[in-house]
Design a protein around this ligand. Structure first.
Ligand SMILES: CC(C)(COP(=O)(O)OP(=O)(O)OC[C@H]1O[C@@H](n2cnc3c(N)ncnc32)[C@H](O)[C@@H]1OP(=O)(O)O)[C@@H](O)C(=O)NCCC(=O)NCCS
Length: 193
């Protein structure tokens, strides 16, 4: 091997060496310009109408859509539904997801904490969500954050509207709830202190 070859392979090893990235992620409200990005390059194109409907409900104040923004792209999201219609459920969280290559870095937990804070600001004292019964990883994730399965689930009937929980849904999903512990600064803010 001549000197040039040796130097070349060393340079190659150098550029192939794993490197650390520091990522700056901001949790913020979704904007209309995020809607195409929320389809995640085709993964959720089939949800286009659902995503649009959720955004329209945000404009009405019925829903808040939070995104985890990385370089302007929504790499994670959670929707907070304030109008589910069952008082024990408080605010309902939907569409909790993080882009697959960015999972297990703490983004999901940040989104959940932000969603709970948003619910609390709106006067809610409970947040709830449903999770597929076979999605044991997600269930563990929620339990670690303080959610508990409601078993047996309440009888919601079957009204079939978007966002409504139905008896059919709860045959395959767990309903989980979390009472929001009143933090001092939040309760002071609510009292107008
Ligand atoms: C569920 C979901 C939103 C969690 O998002 P996430 O960004 O991976 O969540 P976090 O990183 O905050 O925590 C997840 C796990 O990573 C671990 N973790 C957190 N920070 C970490 C870090 N810096 N390094 C390594 N692990 C970490 C947590 O301990 C947790 O472990 P667990 O699986 O034992 O609970 C994500 O996995 C997802 O999008 N799943 C697919 C969609 C889905 O199932 N959504 C729920 C529908 S109800």
């Amino acid at each position: 091997m001549d000197v040039a070859q040796a130097t070349g392979s060393e340079a190659l090893r150098g550029v192939l060496r794993p490197f650390q990235l520091e990522l700056r992620v901001a949790i913020r409200r979704a904007q209309e310009s995020d809607l195409p990005g929320l389809e995640w390059f085709g993964l959720f194109s089939g949800h286009r109408d659902i995503i649009r409907a959720a955004f329209d409900r945000q404009l009405l104040g019925d829903m808040e859509m939070l995104v985890a923004d990385l370089n302007g792209f929504p790499v994670g999201q959670v929707w907070i539904d304030f109008r589910i219609g069952n008082v024990e459920d408080g605010a309902s969280l939907w569409a909790v997801r993080v882009l697959p290559p960015l999972r297990r870095l703490g983004i999901g937990e940040r989104l959940m904490r932000a969603a709970e804070a948003a619910a609390w600001r709106r006067g809610e004292t409970v947040t709830s969500l449903t999770v597929e019964r076979r999605n044991v990883d997600a269930r563990r994730f929620y339990e670690r954050l303080g959610y508990a399965v409601v078993d047996p689930p309440p009888d919601y009937g079957d009204d079939g509207t978007m966002g409504a929980r139905t008896a059919t849904l709860l045959q395959t999903q767990w309903l989980m709830r979390k009472p929001l512990a009143p933090r001092r600064e939040a309760s002071d803010a609510r009292r107008g202190a």
